[in-house]
Each structure stands twice: as C-alpha cells, then as structure tokens.
Design a protein. Structure first.
Length: 335
C-alpha cells in the first residue's frame, strides 16, 4: 500500500515507518522537525529509514492546508496514519495555543484531504489522557470520556469527535487509538524514562510526583507499533448493533472505531523506577512531590476489543522493556 505517516521522525512515527517498510509498503513521511525537544533525536530516528527505497520524507506542517492538499493530490494514499501532534500534558498547561494549531487545525486539514481524495482508512493517535477524571478501572472505550484535565487531552477527545463527524458525513473509515504511556528506545527526552535515566547517571535527584504512588499502564514501543499495523489493514466499519438509545462511544452506525492500546498491566511508578535502577545498576535519589496539575492519577487499559477483533495484546514486561531502553540510551549517549 501507499501510506502517509505524519510525525514520521517522531518516537512512534519513526518506529512505525520502519515496520511498514519492512513488510513492503511504500511510505511517505512528513514531520515539521520542530524544536519542542532536541531535533537531533529526530534526525537520529530518521536515519534508520530515510534511505529506504520505498520511503520519502517531506518536512512540512499540518497547519499548511495548501501543502497538505497538494500532498494528497500528488500521492493518492491508500491509508493515512496521523501520529503528528503537539505532545506533552504539562506543556499544554503553559502553551495551550500550540495544541489548538497542530492538534485541531492540523487534524482538520488531514480530514479534509482524506475526504477529497477517497482515502480508504484514516488511523490517528488518541491518548489515555482522554479518560481524565474517570476512576472506573480498567479504562474502557465503551465509557464516556467527557472530563479531560489538560488541554492536550481535550484536543485528543476533540479529534475523536471530529473523526466521527467525517465518518458519518462522508463515509470515511476512521480509527482512533488511545495509547497508554508509550516508552522504549528513541523516546522523547521530556518523558519520565529519559529524564530519570539522565538524572541517575549524572548523580542528580529525580523528581517523583504523587510520591510515586500513581500507577501507569506502561506500553512498549514495539507493542504499540504492532497494534497500529494490525489496525491499518482493517478499515473501521459501522457497528450493526449500534443503538442510538444507548450510544456506544467506541463505535457507531458510521465507519468509526476507537480502541485502547495498552499493556493492561498497570505498574506503580516506584516499581518502574526500581526496574530502571536495576537496569542501570544504580540507585536514584528521589524528591517526592504531590501530583502535578493535568496528570491523571492512574491508567489501566481494557483491551478486550483489540484481542477479540485483531487477535493481539501487548506483552512486553516493564523489566525487559526498561532494560532494552537503557541499552539503547547508553549507546546513543555514549555513557
């Protein structure tokens, strides 16, 4: 297939591009290479697949509607996988407009381009942060998520609503994937694993919010990529059992679906840190602080739909995943 991957120099987008190229797809990747974090890491990710004969890389922004329209007209994609977004829950508290421009306006440009070019399937990254104030565990896509606690989460929920509208009005198959705390080699420097690793190696204290008591459904990058790949190949279909009297948020009478992709085995933050200490062979000095604004207390993915419909469930243990990350980190940073 000819596929568009947005955010193709990003953590997930680059790993997905490699997977798709390995199986024989033609991939057009776009990324704006912004400086939210050190662009050198994006270049390093990109070097892994930039020279592949079936890969083309284009530096552009989703906000440029004319460029997006021309891109779609020139290439006529079979499917589109949108992984480009302004990331970071905490950054959204300080810089909300950055999320409006990229995560909402840019997303709308993609939907419009898909609509006008008969794209067969639009797959996009949502987030576990959409669950917001929900406390029922595990988090289910069949429950409503109307109480986000950060603008980042609100934009991801808005993406799901926008996608449904296009599925309903224009019969565009759309699938949203709520990722749960993705980690692994080449992840972002602003994420906990890189920050903790850097601090521990440099004998600096690590900042542990909520006194380390909150739990996260840490999901390894390879598990996320495998889930995305399986979803791409099966465009969303309408749910014949969908009932407008009792509307199911995860499906619709339109070709629209939302799935969780998570390990479905929550780990307390302190256990995560212990796995990192073991992998590094070094103890961390911890500064324990209250929960930060915008953070969800606990996450836990219910993935029954993923298992039932795609025969797949993430399986990498946190211990092995963290060890894999540390091996990469030491090599990449020469430490």
């Amino acid at each position: 297939m000819k596929l568009l991957v947005t955010g193709s120099a990003g953590f997930i987008g680059s790993a997905l591009s490699i997977k798709l190229l390995e199986r024989g797809d033609m991939v057009i990747g776009i990324d704006n290479h912004n400086d939210y974090y050190d662009p050198a890491l994006k270049e390093a990710r990109l070097r892994r697949h930039a020279d592949h004969p079936n890969y083309t890389h284009i530096r552009m922004t989703l906000e440029n509607s004319e460029a997006i329209a021309k891109l779609f007209k020139d290439h006529q994609f079979d499917s589109v996988i949108n992984l480009a977004a302004q990331a970071g829950v905490r950054y959204s508290i300080e810089n909300p407009l950055a999320y409006i421009h990229t995560n909402l306006v840019g997303f709308a440009h993609l939907l419009e381009a898909c609509r006008h070019n008969s794209v067969g399937h639009f797959v996009y990254a949502s987030s576990s942060s959409t669950y917001g104030l929900n406390t029922k565990q595990p988090f289910s896509t069949h429950d409503s998520v109307n109480h986000p606690v950060s603008l980042y989460a609100a934009t991801k929920k808005a993406n799901e609503l926008m996608a449904h509208t296009y599925s309903y009005l224009y019969n565009l198959p759309t699938t949203g994937l709520r990722f749960f705390t993705v980690y692994g080699p080449y992840d972002r420097p602003d994420m906990a694993l890189q920050k903790f690793t850097r601090a521990i190696i440099n004998d600096d204290p690590i900042t542990v919010f909520n006194y380390g008591k909150h739990r996260r459904d840490f999901t390894y990058i390879d598990d996320i990529v495998e889930g995305i790949t399986r979803v791409i190949d099966r465009p969303a279909m309408s749910n014949p059992k969908w009932n407008s009297d009792k509307p199911d948020p995860a499906s619709s009478s339109a070709p629209y679906r939302v799935y969780n992709i998570g390990n479905s085995r929550p780990v307390e933050l302190m256990e995560y840190i212990e796995a990192l200490e073991t992998a590094l062979g070094k103890k961390a000095e911890k500064q324990l602080l209250p929960l930060q604004p915008g953070d969800v207390l606990n996450t836990y993915a219910e993935v029954d739909d993923l298992v039932e419909e795609f025969g797949y469930k993430p399986s990498m243990s946190v211990e092995q995943g963290v060890e894999n990350f540390v091996t990469w980190y030491r090599k990449y940073n020469d430490v």
